[in-house]
Design a binder for this molecule. Structure first.
Ligand SMILES: Cc1cc2nc3c(=O)[nH]c(=O)nc-3n(C[C@H](O)[C@H](O)[C@H](O)COP(=O)(O)OP(=O)(O)OC[C@H]3O[C@@H](n4cnc5c(N)ncnc54)[C@H](O)[C@@H]3O)c2cc1C
Length: 415
């Protein structure tokens, strides 16, 4: 250790999910490790994951089936996933007193349903392995000589090491500390850094009826998107109405494709509230309901036909004069128009919510510039990259955190 400078085997920059895993694993192997975190505490983003419940991974135990969810990155991930995969995540947390439960769409959560419990396990992992954790320690810059980083500068002084991990995350929810510092450094170090766009993010809509349903969620809906009026793609899943538009898994998982459509066109959509019934079957159901309630106000019969909670939107979806009359006086044309609305409620998508609402952002260093067997940079010999700093497009459902556990472990295991 030289005067005024602290030297470690490994410096990990960023105490998010992937940085903690990398630091803990390297220290477990006997390395002297310091974790530099700019916030007052580690795991600030981890604490808010999964709506406070932390969707910690996805219980797809077949490595190849799991890797398919990462699109173009699939092939690159076989090796890291073979070193630390979904089963390893289950074992890691279960062994440390935090068993996991599996919910719909194979999403795995801690049994306690509390994300701070995940952070607690990771903090204990760091402590048990002997990692020096320095909070309030923003890294301000890196010194690179040739193709090796030699030291980092913080307000608390200069820290030197033989190997470095950049685990500073992306740019989503910047209040958690992910402000894109790593992207700037890596660009300066000669890496390609794809500009981030929010990819798992809610959508803004123009229609008032959507906003009047804020808080209502519907399972198994189908949404179809149109670019300049031309059908682009459809997806099925759960949807949540919000005061600004639409959210829920169906929407979050459509957002990156919608962002692509927006580059070239105006985007509209239709929601099919009965995706498992064709027009004729739905018409039959509506006729049966009307027959059974002939003398009731049609408005009340409609409330019975619509999915739960949607009645509030009736006046805007189906004009009041029609909705106010008795059920039996509904004309055939009106009935057909109603069914058309139930099968294709129209929406104007006005945009995507920003980074402040994004669950993950894409962007960052492409995997072609990383040796994914070790997570070592192919440009800087003693640099390792983990978590959201990597450009890997993925859906919601635990796939982001599994990447953090996987890439963090592989880096910590390889240094
Ligand atoms: C609201 C929300 C909910 C989510 N829910 C889920 C979910 O349920 N399941 C799932 O799989 N994924 C979820 N994600 C995504 C997941 O949280 C991220 O993929 C993951 O946390 C990224 O971890 P990371 O280690 O790459 O970086 P981060 O967690 O972003 O951590 C980076 C750390 O680096 C620190 N840092 C940054 N710059 C510096 C610097 N200059 N010096 C020192 N420290 C620095 C930051 O303060 C931060 O603590 C969610 C994301 C959000 C925003």
């Amino acid at each position: 250790m030289s005067a005024g400078k602290t030297k470690y085997d490994v410096i990990v920059i960023g105490g998010g999910a992937s940085g903690m895993m990398a630091a803990g694993r390297a220290a477990e192997r006997g390395k002297s490790v310091v974790l530099l975190e700019k916030n007052p505490a580690v795991g600030k983003k981890l604490d808010i994951t999964g709506g406070g419940r932390c969707n910690i991974t996805n219980a797809e135990f077949d490595r190849h089936a799991f890797a398919k969810h990462y699109g173009a990155s699939e092939q690159f991930l076989y090796s890291p996933l073979s070193q630390f995969g979904v089963q390893d995540t289950f074992d890691f947390f279960t062994k440390r007193g935090l068993p996991l439960v599996v919910e719909a769409r194979k999403r795995a959560f801690p049994e306690s349903q509390k994300s701070p419990d995940v952070t607690r396990v990771m903090k204990k992992y760091l402590a048990d392995a002997g990692v020096t954790v320095l909070t309030h320690s923003a890294v301000l810059g890196l010194t690179c000589i040739g193709n090796r980083i030699t030291e980092v500068l913080t307000k608390k002084g200069v820290f030197a090491a033989d190997a470095f991990v950049i685990a500073t995350g992306g740019v989503s929810h910047p209040e958690t500390g992910s402000t894109g510092d790593g992207f700037r450094w890596l660009a300066e170090l000669g890496h390609t850094v794809h500009p981030p766009t929010p990819t798992i993010v809610p959508l803004k809509t123009a229609e008032k009826w959507v906003k009047s349903l804020a808080g209502i969620s519907l399972a198994a809906m189908k949404i179809t998107f149109f670019a300049d009026g031309k059908r682009a793609f459809s997806k099925k899943g759960g949807l949540l109405f919000t005061h600004f538009g639409l959210s829920g898994p169906l929407i979050l998982n459509s957002a990156s494709a919608v962002a692509e459509l927006f580059k070239e066109a105006d985007v509209t959509a239709t929601i099919d509230l009965y995706p498992d019934m064709d027009f004729a079957a739905l018409e039959k159901l509506v006729i049966t309901k009307i027959e059974a309630n002939k003398n009731k106000d049609f408005k009340n019969v409609l409330a019975d036909i619509l999915p739960p909670g949607m009645a509030k939107a009736i006046p805007q979806l189906f004009t009041l004069s029609e909705a106010g009359v008795k059920a039996h006086s509904l004309t055939k044309e009106e009935r057909k128009r109603l069914i058309h609305i139930l099968k294709a409620a129209p929406l104007t998508i006005t945009g995507l919510m920003g980074f402040d609402r994004a669950v993950i952002s894409d962007g960052g260093v492409p995997l072609t510039e990383v040796d994914t067997r070790t997570m070592r940079s192919l440009k800087i010999n003693n640099l390792y990259l983990t978590g959201d700093i990597l450009h890997i497009n993925r859906p919601s459902g635990g796939y982001s955190l599994q990447l953090c556990w996987t890439t963090g472990f592989v880096a910590g295991n390889s240094i």
